[in-house]
Structures are given as C-alpha cells and as structure tokens.
Design a protein around this ligand. Structure first.
Ligand code: FES
Length: 266
C-alpha cells in the first residue's frame, strides 16, 4: 500500500486526487493515523467543573471527554460495554453518571461500571464489574488543549508535540491567564449595515467593514461589493480611522461589539 501511495505523490508536489477520496487510503488513515496518534479532542475549559462532559471524536469513534471530580481528565469511547449502545447522546453537560438506555448499565465519570440492573437476579453477583468499565484512551493536555490517543505505547504528549510546542505557544501562551474555549457563534444577520452606520460610518464603509468582520478578505469584499480592491481598501481605511482602530481584527471586534457580541481576544 505504501508503494502505491508513494506513486500518487509527485516529488514536485503534485498529488493524485485519489488520495482525497480512495476508501482504502481512508481506511489506512483511520488505522495508522487516527488509531495511533495523539489527537486534539477538546479544551480543559470544556469540562471545568466536576462531572462535566463533552462529546468529541477520535477519527470516526465518538468519545466522551470527562472530568471525574477528582481533578482528572478522561477520554472514553462513547459505547456501552454490554451491547455497544452509546451511553450518552448529549453534546455536552454535567452528570455524575451515564446510564445506557438499552438495558440500564450505568457508568461513572471515571469510567467505572457502577450499576447493572439484575445484578443479583440475572448475574447472580458473579459479573466482575471492575472488568467492564468504559474503554479509555490515554489523555493529556498542553496549555489547556486536551489530546488523546488509543495507543497505550504512544510516546508522551510532550515528546509527540516536540518543537511544535513553540508554534502552539505563539497562540496559547501570549497572555497571562492562558486560553479558554468560548461558546460564541455570532449571528451574521445581527451585523447589519445600519448597525454599523450607527457607528458614524458611511454606507460603503459599513458594507466593507461588515464583510471583513464576517471573516472575508479585502479582495472577497471587493468582489461581493462590485468594487475594485483599491476602492474597498480606501473605505476600510476610512472606517478604521473613524473607529480609532489600527487593523482589521480590532475593527471586527468593534463591529461585533456594536451589536452586543464580544469576540475572544486575539
Ligand atoms: S447495551 Fe448498554 S446496557 Fe445493554
């Protein structure tokens, strides 16, 4: 398979488009990359309180990131050990345990099997519950970002990230206080041109700023407005001057603040 894949990548940088769609290559990726590597699964601020949980994925496997109440993070396969049902169908929340809706097996946030209906009558107390806890991935975090791997022999996360930590620090360690995941989904319809005009901008300035605040780049905004990039840039510069901001991200933050949305700090 490796030799087949090698032939699909030209040393000059051209790649065969089959690498994006071939089911056999995808299967190999799931096994050799997603089944072994450290994967980003969430952020510590997703589960700040004891018994918080957050649903995520490792490859195609649904997992539950939990805080067990003793300060320990866990990443579990979201699958009952009895007949394989999902034990949690919510995206996130807080719960001391997860009860499978199929036959009622119940698991604590540390993964232990803590409840089995019919334990006496059906299993005659012979089921060793300690052997039937949730399947757990190895988990660790780096400056708030939580990673997990199914490979028990994987190197430590610190070793795995290696020099990449320098680049992560550029984003994660720029200010005191660390990083935090904010649940912000600004509603684009709230960022109306009239709302931006109320900041003292002309209609064209407001239109240009709206596209920038919605994440478009200058040339995109120009195309959408039917103007030349140079003209749009002039409107933007005039808008920045009126708002007293120095760049597009400050302008975007100001625009969203005008409609009551606070963006995460850059
Ligand atoms: S499948 Fe979960 S209790 Fe049976």
């Amino acid at each position: 398979m490796v030799s087949v894949i090698k032939k699909m990548v030209d040393p000059k940088g051209l790649v065969d488009r089959r690498i994006f769609v071939d089911p056999d290559i995808y299967k190999q990726e799931l096994e050799q990359i997603f089944g072994r590597c450290w994967l980003f699964v969430g952020h510590e601020s997703h589960v700040p309180k004891p018994n918080d949980f957050f649903g995520s994925y490792m490859g195609e496997d649904p997992i539950l990131l939990t805080g067990d109440g003793k300060g320990k993070l866990h990443a579990f396969l979201n699958m009952c050990r009895h007949r394989g049902n999902r034990i949690c169908r919510a995206d996130a929340g807080n719960a001391p345990s997860f009860m499978c809706t199929y036959h009622g097996w119940t698991f604590a946030t540390d993964g232990k099997l803590v409840g089995v209906p019919g334990y006496k009558e059906a299993y005659f107390e012979e089921l060793d519950r300690s052997q039937w806890g949730l399947v757990e991935a190895k988990v660790d975090s780096y400056k708030g970002m939580v990673f997990a791997t199914w490979d028990a022999q994987a190197p430590s996360l610190d070793t795995y990230l290696g020099n990449m930590k320098w680049y992560l620090d550029l984003h994660l360690d720029r200010r005191e206080g660390g990083s935090e995941m904010l649940d912000i989904e600004p509603d684009p319809s709230g960022l109306s041109v009239p709302a931006l005009e109320s900041l003292g901008l002309t209609r064209r300035q407001a239109e240009a700023l709206r596209w920038i605040a919605l994440g478009r780049r200058g040339p995109d905004a120009a195309r959408l407005m039917g103007l030349s990039p140079r003209t749009v840039e002039k409107h933007l510069q005039a808008a920045y001057a009126k708002l007293g901001v120095a760049n597009s991200s400050q302008a975007a933050a100001t625009a969203w603040a005008a409609v009551g949305v606070r963006l995460p700090e850059a």
